[in-house]
Design a protein around this ligand. Structure first.
Ligand code: ZN
Length: 58
């Protein structure tokens, strides 16, 4: 099994305002989870690019 990376974020839980933790598996889409109330959400980190096409250069 691949070990899951878990780290605390500065983002508050929208439900109970506790600190969310991120669960990562090396993918750009990760799960933000609240340890206090069980809330979880997907965070997509693939949206950071501005439409720059790799390989489109001379
Ligand atoms: Zn919560």
């Amino acid at each position: 099994m691949t070990p899951t990376t878990v780290w605390l974020t500065d983002e508050p839980c929208p439900v109970c305002a506790a600190g969310l933790v991120l669960l990562g598996h090396g993918e750009p889409v990760q799960i933000a989870e609240c340890r206090a109330c069980g809330y979880s959400d997907r965070w997509d980190f693939t949206d950071n690019h501005d439409g720059v096409m790799p390989g489109d250069q001379h």
